[in-house]
Ligand binder design. Structure first.
Ligand SMILES: NC(=O)c1ccc[n+]([C@@H]2O[C@H](COP(=O)([O-])OP(=O)(O)OC[C@H]3O[C@@H](n4cnc5c(N)ncnc54)[C@H](O)[C@@H]3O)[C@@H](O)[C@H]2O)c1
Length: 384
């Protein structure tokens, strides 16, 4: 059966996310496997148009991956009806203006988070898209992590009883850049360039909490610029102006309390770079990117606090592994496939620009909470 080909403008493919996750692991993987099958038996395939500022870089990428189309002229790409979807992986600061143009050109939108630098702008983009009847999708990749999919399965099975609390640890040591190059771009550490771990991570925590445990109602966050002296991609010193760690407490609809530490200044003593512990009346779980382990109430030990006695109990041994059972594909690709399917079949898509705006709202409230030293309540966002 012949497949319908969907042209996708991919802006920012030279970047970390744009190249690895969206181009190589998602769109090219889909293209190279002959497209995707939709639920109704039809097939679609994808044709990327690489967009960026450097013609030489784009030509090199196109050559390396057998891609025919690339351009530095975004306006011309948006004006060309062959390209149905506009996908954005630019630095955060450059995103809103590009999305605005793409919505004006009536393109379907698929974008990285955060969708804008302020909630006002994020909501405006959601409203513009709704008014233009443009379908939108925002990356919600963490929900597709195998560990979080196992967690979802545990929640849906009723394993936890009543969920009480969630404790998340995210982070690793990002080198300062002087004696070892930093493993993240330097703009991440400059507030004036759209950096900061709150803007980066709170949009993720918002959709993770909202989709698994309940919408965030209040936030208290403490941001910290722990390391001021950093060195950029050219080895030049700069002063960090954006927080490299954030310690957050979130009250959720339904009463669950979540606490998440996000840090680029922590050395890892965990099984994975992100881990969540969920405690419920009937059981607890600890999940990471891939792994998940559980402890049922019947397997819960009864520790007694005694500082005078060394505790010989092996607490690790009280946990049981959760089997994988499913085949998990790359999360970015899985979400792309779901979005493309929803686009072609015309079905509703919940991870849209309004969902993205809620993520920006949480980031903005987190920053405000830290600045003002108080808990901030979040007002629900609406399109009208
Ligand atoms: N979903 C996730 O897990 C995840 C992880 C990291 C980053 N991100 C998001 O992805 C986006 C890109 O992050 P990254 O780490 O890939 O950054 P990056 O610096 O590696 O790439 C940014 C891209 O934007 C382009 N660019 C930079 N300045 C520009 C400008 N002024 N105008 C037009 N293009 C410009 C660069 O050429 C590059 O292609 C950010 O918004 C970030 O928040 C998401």
């Amino acid at each position: 059966m012949s497949a319908r080909e969907i042209g996708i403008i991919m802006n920012g493919v030279s970047g970390r996310m744009g190249y690895r996750q969206h181009l190589v692991r998602s769109i090219l993987a889909i293209r190279d496997e002959g497209g995707i099958e939709l639920g109704d038996g039809s097939r679609v395939t994808v044709r990327p148009l690489l967009v960026g500022r450097s013609e030489a870089k784009l030509a090199e990428l196109a050559e390396r991956h057998g891609i025919e189309d690339f351009t530095t002229d975004l306006d011309a790409a948006l004006a060309d009806p062959r390209w149905e979807i506009y996908a954005d992986f630019l630095v955060t600061k450059a995103r809103a203006s590009a999305l605005r143009k793409a919505i004006a050109a009536a393109k379907t939108i698929y974008t990285e988070k955060p969708t804008a630098e302020s909630v006002e702008e994020a909501l405006e983009l959601a409203r513009l898209a709704a008014a233009a009847r443009v379908k939108t999708g925002v990356v919600h990749d963490k929900l597709y992590l195998p560990g979080l999919q196992k967690l979802k399965r545990l929640i849906d099975s009723g394993f936890f009883g009543r969920i009480l609390s969630v404790r998340g640890e995210f982070g690793y040591w990002v080198f300062e850049g002087d004696w070892q190059p930093a493993q993240r771009p330097s703009w991440n550490y400059r507030a004036e360039d759209g950096g900061g771990i709150i803007v980066d991570m709170f949009p993720h925590w918002n959709y993770v909490l909202e989709n698994l445990f309940g919408a965030v109602r209040t936030v208290y966050a403490q941001a910290a610029v722990h390391i001021q002296d950093r060195w950029d991609e050219r080895g030049e010193h700069y002063t960090a102006t954006a927080e490299d760690a954030a310690y957050g407490v979130f009250e959720l609809e339904g009463g669950v309390v979540a606490q998440i530490n996000s840090s680029w200044t922590v050395r890892v003593d965990r099984d994975e770079l992100v881990e969540f512990q969920v405690d419920g009346t009937h059981g607890s779980a600890v999940v990471g990117l891939f792994g998940a382990k559980i402890q049922h109430r019947n397997a819960t030990p009864k520790p007694v606090w005694n500082p005078d006695l060394e505790d010989a109990h092996d607490y690790d041994a009280d946990w049981a592994g959760v089997p994988t059972n499913d085949v998990f594909v790359n999360g970015f690709r899985q979400q792309w496939e779901e979005f493309l399917t929803s686009y072609v079949l015309g079905t509703p898509y919940e991870f849209d620009l309004l969902a993205g705006a809620r993520g920006v709202l949480l980031a903005e409230a987190g920053l405000r909470s830290s600045r003002e030293g108080r808990k901030i309540a979040l007002d629900p966002l609406a399109l009208d």
